[in-house]
Design a protein around this ligand. Structure first.
Ligand code: G3P
Length: 230
């Protein structure tokens, strides 16, 4: 499962890239609005940091297919090859997806709440379909189950499209989809850190360090340790 960051804050992206195996960054119009900066300035900064090979997902905001297509061309022109254009899985979006996929532009179908939307996006040739886990839960359904159904549906129909699960409210939902083997998930920084922040693990490692230092002295480790000890 590819792991992406759903944020446009450079400090957070740098931090997560430094510590974790991250495959790229996803943004949406609301995330970009939070930066209060020119969207292309922010996105170019992200692209420069993550490199040309990493995935960057950027959403089109037009309501009609023709506008989405124009946006897609500009987005890819400005941000390079591994840029996925997020197109909402609505009728106008499917129309745009069909054209753009034929042109070889990578599409990430977004605002997916139902397997049927994902199926149509897959048939249009989208690389990803992004079910919104938490938002589906808030409608009274089970977002994780919907994502699993979509994953199975793609496989059972011979579609190459992958699930890009989005909108998580906790790390457990992410873990469940990771166990299931969906193609990708994009998560807010706090969800990613929630996967590994664990007092019991920290305490266990601290015990090892304390025991070692009781043998060799404070601050001494395996690189600074003398060949004989007092
Ligand atoms: O980018 C789409 C998705 O990640 C939205 O997440 O947390 O706003 O429901 P959220």
């Amino acid at each position: 499962m590819k792991l992406l960051i759903d944020d446009a804050h450079m400090d957070l992206i740098r931090h997560l890239y430094e510590f974790y195996p991250v495959d790229g960054v996803t943004t949406n119009p609301s995330i970009l609005a939070k930066s209060k900066r020119n969207p292309y300035e922010v996105l170019k900064e992200i692209r420069a940091w993550i490199g040309a090979d990493a995935q960057l997902h950027v959403q089109a905001v037009s309501r009609e297919a023709a506008g989405m297509e124009e946006e897609a061309h500009r987005i890819v022109k400005e941000l390079g090859e591994n840029t996925y254009v997020k197109i909402p899985a609505l009728p106008e979006g499917f129309k745009a997806m069909k054209t753009l996929c034929k042109e070889g532009i990578f599409i990430s179908a977004t605002a997916v709440y139902t397997p049927m939307q994902a199926f149509l996006a897959g048939k249009c040739g989208a690389s990803y379909a992004a079910p919104y886990i938490n938002r589906i839960d808030n409608l009274g359904y089970d977002g994780v189950q919907v994502a699993k159904k979509i994953h199975d549906m793609f496989r059972n129909n011979g579609l190459k499209t992958e699930v890009l699960a989005a909108s998580f409210k906790n790390s457990r939902q992410l873990l469940e989809l990771c166990e299931y083997g969906v193609g990708a998930a994009t998560v807010a920084p706090e969800i990613m850190e929630g996967l590994v922040k664990n007092q019991t693990v920290t305490a266990a490692v601290e015990d090892f360090i304390r025991d070692f230092e009781s043998l060799t002295g404070t601050g001494i480790n395996m690189s600074s340790c003398e060949m004989t000890i007092e």
